[in-house]
Design a protein around this ligand. Structure first.
Ligand code: SF4
Length: 217
């Protein structure tokens, strides 16, 4: 990553922005962080995944942990929990010190259970788009490993999911450029928010993020 990309955003923030733009801004723009049982569990799981920063081979698969990624298109940088490189001599890419071609598959680890909202899927999609840009390759899917219950979910990288990811990345960039935290948007999601006390969402006036951004711009 060149140093002129200083305004790039942390990729992991997109899951917070998709959950609530204000939560993202409070954490990433204002530096507030309140730990609750969900965030603590998530950090513990990531510590376990990221404990071994190395690459290992398992038969027709190479597993890389804590992989640095970035995208000029999304203006993101970050760390992918795990990328599996699966032997594929037709559609694969080269991997340093490994003969043959290998197809990357991003795997994101989550502490909780699968959600109806797209928060986790847009994060995975952003990681996949970073890998596509890095390796100049098209990917069809990624996986999310959930801790409760322990299982993998296959995520198809559809055009709709990609559009949603790009839209969120664009909004995040605009918010950062404006240097302003979106107002609270009170809803059921506030009950699961670790920043509810700092945010005081019940005092909010109802408006959407688009309305807020339009007004600020
Ligand atoms: S309390 Fe609600 S509005 Fe406030 S940051 Fe959390 S989710 Fe967003």
């Amino acid at each position: 990553m060149n140093m002129d990309r200083e305004d790039y955003l942390q990729l992991s923030g997109i899951q917070h922005y998709a959950f609530c733009p204000r939560q993202w801004a409070l954490i990433y723009l204002e530096g507030q962080w309140e730990e609750n049982v969900l965030t603590y569990g998530g950090q513990k799981l990531h510590r376990n995944v990221n404990r071994s920063e190395f690459t290992e081979s398992r038969g027709e698969m190479i597993i890389s942990r804590s992989v640095p990624v970035f995208s000029d298109r999304l203006r993101f940088y970050g760390i992918a929990d795990m990328v599996e490189f699966i032997g594929d001599d037709v559609n694969g890419v080269t991997v340093v010190n490994k003969p043959g071609l290998w197809r990357p598959l991003p795997v994101e680890y989550k502490y909780g259970q699968s959600k109806r909202s797209s928060c986790d899927r847009v994060q995975l999609c952003a990681q996949a788009m970073c890998l596509e840009e890095t390796f100049n390759i098209d990917l069809d899917e990624g996986h999310i490993f959930y801790g409760r219950p322990r299982r993998r979910e296959v995520v198809h990288l559809s055009e709709g999911l990609r559009q949603e990811t790009m839209q969120l990345a664009e909004e995040m960039y605009k918010c950062q450029s404006l240097g302003m935290t979106p107002p609270p948007m009170y809803g059921k999601h506030c009950e699961r928010c670790s920043l509810v006390e700092a945010c005081v969402p019940s005092l909010a006036k109802r408006q959407t993020v688009s309305q807020y951004l339009d007004r600020m711009l």
